[in-house]
Design a protein around this ligand. Sequence first.
Ligand SMILES: Cc1cc2nc3c(=O)[nH]c(=O)nc-3n(C[C@H](O)[C@H](O)[C@H](O)COP(=O)(O)O)c2cc1C
Length: 193
Amino acid sequence: MKACILAGSPRRQGNTAALLKPFTDELAAGAEVETVWLYDRDIRPCLACRACQKDWTSFSCIQKDDVSALAESILKSDLIVLATPIYSWYCTAPMKALLDRLVYGLNKFYGAEKGPSLWQGKRMALLLTCGYRPEQGTDLFEEGMRRYCKHSGLRYLGSHAERHLGYNVSFMDTDKEARTRAFARKLLSEDWD
Ligand SMILES: Cc1cc2nc3c(=O)[nH]c(=O)nc-3n(C[C@H](O)[C@H](O)[C@H](O)COP(=O)(O)O)c2cc1C
């Protein structure tokens, strides 16, 4: 099983990164894991030109940035993990730009005729950090991604969120680590055939 983790925090030593350490460690026991830090990549916003809709066999976006290579990695993966802090009730800006590019480039639904989803059947999971209690911090992004998955023919496997109580409080503790490891094990226990 191949997993592609899309890391959406600008802070390489921040809270999302702190959750990613035990998460990746646990996931690597049963999966080949690739982690991509989105703030290191050139990810431009979708221009809605619909050039991607003329080719039903590949991502085929005309923009020359890093997203075509990212789409290739995603197409080779069984599991896509969106690991992001919540910013203004959603994911961070590079992840949102990537989600927009993929929802057009990989779903050939927007041309003269309806075509296929090129990533049909892949699984998606969320690893989140937020400042509010998760039920008020992550709920809108989770619902958005539930609908995104349904629309794209992906299987939504669920989310795990941990709360940041403030910049003067240490984020990571043994309970957070244990819950995060358990979430990774839950993902591995899915039927991956
Ligand atoms: C610009 C910005 C917007 C934020 N918006 C929210 C929000 O809408 N809801 C929330 O619960 N937390 C919000 N937060 C808090 C972050 O989600 C939280 O601090 C997170 O753990 C940061 O993760 P990081 O260290 O990986 O960057 C925001 C933080 C920033 C910097």
